[in-house]
Write a protein that binds this ligand. Structure first.
Ligand code: ATP
Ligand code: MG
Length: 253
């Protein structure tokens, strides 16, 4: 397999080359080529069903590619294995939040920090460096007061914050966030924005999917607009969102 197809741009963190995903007759992602910059925040927008979550699933190895290649740090992969993505410096969050529901907020973070399963993590929790790191993360995402609650007892917004906390605990370079703002009350939404800005300021690569155009305008350095699994437009946010084809396809109202 050729590994020379990577972009020559040193500031590209992640790239797809003609990536496809089919579900039956539906081309959810259709020979899509995008290059995501290492610095700053990149948003992925598009109508419902345009392939945003599928793209995140392909980049994070949650779904096998039906064609094309993902290029991570200049290395082309035709198979992306989900369990190996942290080794590639990538993690993601889900449109439908996924947590260990039956364990505490604290242990949800500990499991990630100690890179172990739930039960081993319980025995590792005494180690000071993990304790201190877990506390710092929970304070960061505003969940320290909830540390002893079971994940299943959290509100929707708190679950989203905890999921982001778990992503932070992995301490990787590239964060793929699928609708991190959806369904959040304004205060929670501001908090998630602040966390993402802080991660960006630390030099991490933030990619997020959102239907909230105000936030997209405020937060994106670069934007990709998908339509029926293909790239309708990409570039600097104000420029892209004022293009007629984008307004027609998506922002029509
Ligand atoms: N697991 C699946 N099985 C079958 N079809 C799927 C599956 N996942 C997605 N699809 C289809 O693929 C297309 C793209 O879906 P996807 O979830 O990627 O869209 P999206 O842009 O994330 O939409 P939304 O804004 O509603 O979250 C849709 O037609 C969807 O019905
Ligand atoms: Mg989606």
């Amino acid at each position: 397999m050729s590994q020379n197809n990577a972009s020559n741009q040193p500031d590209t963190a992640l790239e797809t080359v003609e990536v496809s995903k089919l579900f039956g007759g539906v081309r959810a992602v259709d020979r899509l080529s995008v290059a995501i910059g290492r610095r700053g925040m990149t948003s992925i927008v598009g109508p419902n069903g345009s392939g945003k979550s599928t793209l995140i699933n392909l980049l994070s190895g949650m779904l096998p590619l039906d064609g094309g290649m993902v290029v991570i740090d200049g290395v082309g992969l035709r198979v992306v294995k989900a369990h190996e993505t942290p080794d590639h410096g990538i993690t993601r969050t889900f449109q439908q939040v996924r947590l260990f529901d039956q364990v505490s907020v604290w242990d949800n973070i500990m499991v990630v920090l100690t890179r172990r399963n739930v039960w081993s993590a319980l025995f590792e929790r005494a180690r000071p460096r993990y304790r201190e790191r877990a506390q710092a993360i929970l304070e960061d995402v505003g969940m320290w007061d909830k540390r002893d609650s079971l994940a299943e007892d959290l509100s929707y917004g708190q679950r989203k914050l905890l999921e982001i906390g778990r992503a932070i605990a992995l301490d990787v370079q590239i964060y793929l966030l699928d609708e991190p703002f959806a369904g959040l009350f304004p205060q929670m939404l501001e908090h998630v924005k602040d966390i993402m800005k802080q991660m960006r300021d630390e030099g991490r690569t933030i990619v997020f999917v959102s239907h909230n155009m105000d936030i997209v305008r405020e937060m994106s350095d670069h934007i990709f607009v998908l339509d029926a699994g293909t790239l309708l437009a990409d570039g600097e946010v104000e420029d892209v969102l004022t293009r007629p084809e984008v307004i027609d396809a998506y922002l029509g109202a």
